[in-house]
Design a protein around this ligand. Sequence first.
Ligand SMILES: [Zn+2]
Length: 246
Amino acid sequence: MSPKYDLDKIKFATDPATFERAVDLYTSGKVTKFKEKEGVNVYSAVVQGGQPYHVSVEARRYGCGHCDCYLGKKSTLCKHIVAVALYAVMDGQPLSDEDKKSVNNPTSSGHLGDLTKEELVTIKKAITYGLRYIKPYNGPSRLWFSYQNSLQEGCGRLAKIVSDLPVNKKTAQILVTLLLRLDEKLTRGGVDDSDGTVGGFIQQVVEILSEYAELDPSCIETFKILAGRPTCFGWEEPLVRLVDEG
Ligand SMILES: [Zn+2]
């Protein structure tokens, strides 16, 4: 069967460093002896790393698999598992430069522009969908890695949306609201962000908003709501400073 996930899913649900290493393995032909095991929906391959690693990957769920490397033995999503998943979704075909780009870091589009009402509605829905992956942690600890992948995927999906936004006051407002929703999840929503995935994302969005303020100073007005509001780690400070200076 073909995998039940695609390249976007792999990008969103993998941390950027592991994704890049997996792309290197895949593009340099290190995934060998790729086979589909009939009837059990599992792919297997031998990945030539420091030594040959025996890898199996499920076709139904991304991130489920086995690898006999050091990380794989600890049930961590390693670059070998990701490389074999890449082979499965690409059917062994080459990746384009666009395909190789990791999307997990949000950036500012850097261009001023407006959005239609319909576009705004679509974006807000996509944000709500991405936020669903940033959910409370309820244990047990053997689910920790799949939990971390879920946070990663939520931030990845949000990063893609954020990076595509044109710069204007309305999109600044959307980003401020997104930050407050994430803050709520960290402070009261039971999200366990001990490896800093969500916190890092928040900081990157704050940097993006500072850039918005330079391109269009009217965006600063949307930061006013942050003044005097306690947040989980004081991320709002650079934005409140812009309000004070304005
Ligand atoms: Zn491995």
